[in-house]
Design a protein. Structure first.
Length: 241
């Protein structure tokens, strides 16, 4: 049997630092790239607008990628917000639970995301799903683990009766290395592109769990104190040293 040649991808694209870096990774790898986001009534729903700004900025500043960037999709996943009692879907303080997991963990979120992504990929003729989950800079979320991704790849490929590849380019790197990866991808795309892509992420992407777009830091917009902002700022400071 001849090995499968992957030419197109669907990126789980929230519009944050990680998913924007994953989008750049996919655009550097594949001939056609589509994007997918979910409205699950997250507190930081401002990310859904930020992601559109990121897509527009990529088309403007990276014309060589613009021709590869295909349709964008947004799916309503309100049911996830209805069944989740978490600090990402409710107005509550961030804290650790008795389970040992932070209350930012939305049970089943990535499993549902990947299942719906696989269904969309099937319909759109896409054979790679790219997601920004990682085990290095994460809060212990079980649905971000490499083993979970491998299990989902097998289950979805069997369930769709079509070989799907789940790519996780950030799985084994931290936020400092994610900034470096974005720089390197931009640099390979065009002269001076490393700085351009990093600044695009700083200015347009959104990671803050509280949806803060008022406070501008060197690393981008955010409250500066939520878990997502702390990870992002620490990674930026380490990368800039």
């Amino acid at each position: 049997m001849k090995p499968q040649i992957h030419r197109n991808a669907l990126v789980l694209f929230s519009g944050g630092q990680d998913s924007t870096t994953c989008l750049a990774y996919a655009l550097a790898q594949y001939e056609r790239v589509e994007t997918l986001a979910f409205d699950y009534r997250q507190r930081h729903i401002v990310e859904l607008q930020a992601r559109l700004n990121v897509l527009n900025a990529i088309r403007e500043r990276f014309p060589q990628w613009a021709s590869r960037l295909g349709d964008d999709h947004l799916l309503d996943l309100a049911v996830l917000g209805q069944v989740s009692e978490t600090s990402l879907t409710r107005d509550m303080e961030f804290q650790m639970e008795s389970s040992g997991l932070p209350n930012t963990f939305v049970p089943g979120r990535n499993l549902m995301f990947l299942t719906l992504a696989a269904a969309l990929a099937y319909r759109r003729g896409l054979d790679v799903i790219v997601t920004g989950v990682c085990e290095t800079d994460f809060s212990g979320y079980p649905d971000c683990r490499d083993d979970t991704m491998k299990a989902m790849q097998i289950a979805l490929s069997l369930g769709m009766d079509r070989r799907l590849l789940i790519e996780t380019p950030l799985m084994w790197i931290d936020k400092m290395q994610t900034w470096q990866l974005a720089h390197d991808l931009g640099e390979r795309a065009q002269i001076g592109g490393g700085k351009a892509l990093v600044q695009l992420i700083v200015e347009h992407s959104h990671t803050c769990y509280l949806g803060d777009r008022e406070h501008r830091h060197e690393w981008g917009y955010g409250c500066g104190s939520c878990p997502a902002c702390v990870l992002r700022s620490n990674g930026w400071n380490s990368w800039c040293r």
